[in-house]
Design a protein around this ligand. Structure first.
Ligand code: RP5
Length: 166
């Protein structure tokens, strides 16, 4: 998977459990691109690449990440395991699984024990898009230029809604 933003110090790290998650998570990455938010994208599996997961979480602070977006499906342990090893806020995206339509992913990500939070978004594409928008909004609190770009993005979305159905 390619680096989705060329800047050296991404503020947002986007990870996912599998290549199969990318078609969903890419919708969020596309929004970060539109907003000009530096981010990087990696596959990190809680089950298949546990050492990679550990290294990612333990280096998140020193790499300067401000928010981690983590998408996973099925037994979706990735967001919670990352959150257990770093104080960087984690936004979890439940991937719409084939077997249970994403309910397994949603419950795996949302039902964290008290003390280790994961901000959980909606199942599937809406969740991926909103995770990106939420991450950008968090950064925009301390970035006036990004705040303007996010305001413009939201205004354009509003303007694109027709008054009446066709
Ligand atoms: C999870 O298992 C991934 O996040 C993915 O959603 C799911 C299925 O993975 P694949 O079998 O498609 O690689 O770890």
């Amino acid at each position: 998977m390619s680096e989705a933003k060329a800047e050296i110090d991404p503020k947002i790290g986007m990870i996912m459990g599998s290549q199969s998650d990318w078609s969903t998570m890419k919708l969020g990455a596309d929004i970060l691109e539109q907003l000009g938010v530096a981010h990087d994208v990696q596959i990190v599996s809680a089950h298949r690449t546990p050492d990679r997961l550990y290294d990612y979480a333990k280096s998140a602070v020193s790499r300067g990440l401000n928010v981690i977006i983590a998408g996973a499906g099925g037994a979706a342990h990735l967001p919670g395991m990352i959150a257990s090893m770093t104080r960087i806020p984690v936004l979890g995206v439940p991937i719409q699984s084939k077997a249970l339509n994403g309910m397994d992913s949603l419950l795996s990500i949302a039902q964290m024990p008290a003390g280790i939070p994961v901000g959980t978004l909606a199942i599937g594409e809406a969740g991926a898009k909103n995770a990106a928008l939420l991450a950008a909004a968090i950064l925009a609190n301390n970035d006036a230029s990004l705040a303007n770009r996010l305001d413009a993005w939201r205004a354009a979305q509003s303007a694109a809604v027709a008054d009446k159905p066709e």
